[in-house]
Design a protein around this ligand. Sequence first.
Ligand code: TA6
Length: 300
Amino acid sequence: PQVDISADDSKVTARLPTGDSVEVLLYGATVISWKSNSGQENLWLSQKAVLDGSKAVRGGIPIVFPVFGPPPQNHATSSLPQHGFARSTRWEYLGKSTSESGALSRGGDDSVKLDFGLSQSQLSPESRKAWPYDFSLVYSVTLGKDGLQTMLNVRNEGKESFEFQMLLHTYFAVKNISNVSTSGLAGTSYIDKVLDATEHSSSSPTLSITGETDRVYKSLKQDTTSILQDDKPRLDVVRDNLTDTVVWNPWKEKAKAMGDFAPDEGYMNMVCVEVGSVDGWQKLEGGETFEGGQLVKSHI
Ligand code: TA6
């Protein structure tokens, strides 16, 4: 049995002999499905997610670049849309490789790496005008048994330096948010965007989601945030060269208020754990590159 890959002009699908599979839309290079070998879907996708390229996908793994959140005033990113342009621009499929090395491969055909590219020439005129830097991105999606690795490589192709933020806005599927907790977020401080972006210290080892939650944990000391369902490990999200993690659940009212969030009670079946570099800015001189991302392991 070998790795099965199919690519058409809107998406690329890969399936391992073990049954693990991943689907990536060329629009935004958005992973919209990742199934473990048990057939278990690990990502949440809104039933009203727009998948035709007219709007960022509500679910899966949207790529946030070059700015996280509403852009700051008086900054190079000021006239970009919230979360930047990467998630709402068409990327190109660069090809695949059955990676012989790396975190998810034990050689042979038990893992496959799909590469996607986005550079300045592919941007809309508006985006190029809004952020006039010569850059190239390569996004690698590596599917392994019970694991998915998504890495973003950013290169400054110009002479002028630029600064950016990046984040993988992953929507994880959970059985019931009432019995979900996240761990690995203690011992650091977080910005609570539900409480007017005030800063707090996070002392408790686990965070339960009992209402609207929008926290930016900064400079985390250790690299893994775990999602537990019924106190059992469900997903481990391991940061790679990134120091920040956002935990988000819109809860009832905000979910209802989003036109592309369905069903309304869908907030009970999802939690966003988003790895990134969003506290301050990464700066690249001409010719320099930065690479960061995540390795997610599924336990069922
Ligand atoms: O990651 C959390 C967050 O920044 C929330 O504040 C909320 O805005 C969410 O992203 C979704 O943003 P979007 O632009 O996709 O609706």
